[in-house]
Design a protein around this ligand. Structure first.
Ligand code: F6R
Length: 261
């Protein structure tokens, strides 16, 4: 794992978008794993800008989102399907037939989960997985005690997550209590992972996820087991990290980061 600290939420999101751009330019038929949430909005805005101003071509890309709420339709403005179409898919030249989210209205949870895993397998896995992190330490909706080898499945949301996300529902009590989510094992199968976290509210959980012991109580700690994970944070989200000096040195001195300065 490596940690990159950027001066602001904007520059952290821009670096994330630039990494996605580089991956698409190296492999136009990239399989992208995508996240939703407030943090990702800046990344998607930047990708749209790069698409418009520099012609970044998404036409051959395939996407798989991490998760979707159970029991709400595509038309629901709080569904992740709606979010992805609003913030990204309808603003770039991706073929909508190549964009995938679990079907929140599926009645057979096991069949839907297995189908999602199978679709990922058929495209030979995810090349680049984008992640955010919840205050519970979740990646996707892998709440505390998710097995570190878990696969796509239906998961009950924790009280911390319900508190974090119910503001996106009207009324807040209508927020579903369950979701489909890729498992931690599914996420760890991705060839490259980038987790983005910004803001003071994420400082505590980022310190635990990056520098704490690996534990199923904090799903994001499982990323320490992955051979190619980059955590990108702004100054606020980095503020509780003990080894900040080392992480800053890496960005300044490792040749890989030269082109992003
Ligand atoms: C959503 C997802 C979640 C979010 C996390 C952070 O698809 O995978 O893990 O990334 O809850 O959400 P925000 O960015 O709203 O703080």
């Amino acid at each position: 794992m490596e940690v990159i600290i950027r001066p602001s939420a904007e520059s952290a999101a821009e670096l994330t978008a630039r990494l996605i751009q580089k991956a698409i330019m190296e492999k136009p038929e990239l399989v992208l794993g995508l996240a939703t949430g407030h943090t990702m909005e800046k990344v998607y805005d930047k990708l749209v800008e790069i698409h418009k101003s520099e012609g970044l071509d998404f036409s051959l890309c395939t996407t798989f989102n991490l998760d979707e709420y159970i029991g709400i339709t595509h038309r629901n403005k709080s569904s992740y399907w709606f979010y992805m179409n609003k913030h990204l898919f309808t603003r770039i030249n991706i073929d909508l037939r190549n964009t995938h989210l679990p079907n929140g209205m599926a009645e057979d949870y096991t069949a839907e989960s297995e189908k999602y895993e199978q679709m990922i397998k058929e495209v030979e896995g995810i090349d680049f997985q984008l992640l955010g992190i919840g205050k519970s330490g979740h990646i996707g909706f892998n709440e505390p005690l998710s097995a570190l080898q878990s696969r796509t499945r239906e998961k009950a949301l924790s009280p911390v997550t319900i508190k974090q996300n119910s503001k996106y529902f009207d009324p807040p009590e209508s927020m579903p209590k369950r979701a489909f989510t890729m498992g931690i094992g599914t996420i760890l199968d991705a060839k490259r992972i980038v987790l983005l976290a910004t803001g003071k509210k994420k400082a505590e959980i980022i310190a635990k996820a990056v520098e704490g012991p690996v534990t199923s109580m904090i799903s994001a700690t499982a990323l320490q087991l992955h051979p190619k994970t980059t955590v990108i944070v702004d100054e606020d989200a980095a503020s509780n990290l003990k080894e900040q000096e080392y992480y800053r040195w890496i960005f300044e001195n490792e040749p890989e980061w030269e082109q992003f300065k």
